[in-house]
Write a protein that binds this ligand. Structure first.
Ligand SMILES: Nc1ncnc2c1ncn2[C@@H]1O[C@H](COP(=O)(O)OP(=O)(O)OP(=O)(O)O)[C@@H](O)[C@H]1O
Ligand SMILES: [Mg+2]
Length: 265
C-alpha cells in the first residue's frame, strides 16, 4: 500500500484557504483587504460568509476565482493550488450580466464556448438545467424578455453548465425584491440538494445565510478576518418559516451578535 501524499490527503477539502492575506497596492498607497484568513470547505458543503460592506468578501472570492493573487498564505481547490481562473470553479455575481444579443440558451452556453467544450453535449446539459430552473420554454428568448428573477436563474444555470465542482456566489440575490429573493434561495437550496456542489456564498442577509448554509463564517471590518464560524445542522429541505424555530432563531441571534461585536471592535 502506498502512503497517501499530502496533496491527496488534502483533496478531501474542496476548498482550502490557509493563513491568507491580501494587500492591494494602488497608486495612492496600499490597502490591506484580508488578514490571516483560514477556512476549509468540505466537498459538498454549503458555506456562507457574512460581513460588513468593504470587509473583503469579494476580494476573498476573487482570490478563489484566481482573479487576484494572495499576498500571503495558500489557496487550493480540490487539492490544487490556485494559479488562475479554473474550469473547476463557477461564479455568480450580484448582477446577472447576461449578454443582451445572445439568447438565454446562448448565454448559458458561454462558459462552454469559452472552454471549448463539446457544443451538442453542453447544449443538452444547458437545456436540462434550464428546465430544472423553471426556464424551460425560454431557451430562445433574449434577456430583456425575462423578469429580473428569471435572468438571475439563467445566470445561476450558466455558472453550472460546465459542471464546476465549486460554485462561488457573491451576493447573487442582492438586487432582487424580498419575495423573489426568498424564492431564489429556495431554488438554490433545491439545486444544491440535487447536485451537492460545494458552494461558497456571500450575503448581507443573516436569514439567507441561515436558511442556506451548513456553516456561516462571520468577517470583521477591513482588514477582513474571520471572527467566528457557526454550524447549522438543521435538516433540509428548510423553509424560511423554519428560521422562527428556537434553534435557528438562536443561531441567527448569535450571528447578529458576532457581527455587531466585530463591527464595534
Ligand atoms: N482592485 C482593488 N484595488 C484596491 N483596493 C481594492 C480593490 N478591490 C477592493 N479594494 C478595497 O478592498 C476592500 C475590500 O473590498 P471588497 O470589494 O472585497 O469588499 P466587500 O466585503 O465585498 O464589500 P461589499 O459588501 O460592499 O461588496 C475595500 O476597502 C476596497 O476599497
Ligand atoms: Mg462585495
Amino acid at each position: 500500500m502506498t502512503p497517501a501524499s499530502p496533496a491527496r490527503l488534502k483533496s478531501s477539502h474542496a476548498l482550502e484557504v490557509s493563513a491568507v492575506g491580501l494587500t492591494y497596492r494602488t497608486s495612492s498607497g496600499s490597502v490591506e483587504a484580508l488578514r490571516d484568513i483560514t477556512l476549509d470547505v468540505a466537498e459538498g458543503e454549503f458555506v456562507t460568509v457574512v460581513g460588513p460592506s468593504g470587509c473583503g468578501k469579494s476580494s476573498l472570492l476573487k482570490l478563489i476565482l484566481g482573479l487576484e493573487r494572495a499576498t500571503r498564505g495558500r489557496l487550493a481547490v480540490g487539492g490544487r493550488e490556485i494559479a488562475g481562473p479554473s474550469r473547476g470553479v463557477g461564479a455568480v455575481f450580484q448582477a446577472p450580466v447576461l449578454l443582451p444579443w445572445r439568447t438565454i440558451e446562448e448565454n448559458v452556453l458561454l462558459p462552454a464556448d469559452v472552454m471549448k467544450l463539446d457544443r451538442p453535449s453542453a447544449t443538452e446539459r444547458a437545456r436540462a438545467l434550464l428546465q430544472m430552473a423553471g426556464l424551460g420554454g425560454f431557451e430562445q428568448k433574449y434577456p430583456y424578455e425575462l423578469s429580473g428573477g428569471m435572468q438571475h436563474r439563467a445566470a445561476i444555470v450558466r455558472a453550472l453548465v460546465h459542471d464546476p465542482k465549486l460554485l462561488i456566489m457573491d451576493e447573487p440575490f442582492a438586487a432582487l425584491d424580498a419575495i423573489t429573493r426568498e424564492q431564489m434561495a429556495g431554488e438554490l437550496q433545491r439545486v444544491w440538494m440535487d447536485s451537492r456542489k460545494t458552494v461558497m456564498f456571500i450575503t448581507h442577509s443573516i436569514s439567507e445565510a441561515v436558511f442556506l448554509s451548513d456553516r456561516i463564517a462571520v468577517m470583521s471590518p477591513r482588514p477582513g478576518r474571520i471572527v467566528a464560524v457557526f454550524d447549522n445542522p438543521a435538516p433540509r429541505p428548510r423553509t424560511f418559516a423554519d428560521l422562527l424555530s428556537p434553534e435557528l432563531a438562536r443561531l441567527s441571534a448569535e450571528i447578529r451578535q458576532s457581527l455587531d461585536l466585530a463591527c464595534a471592535a
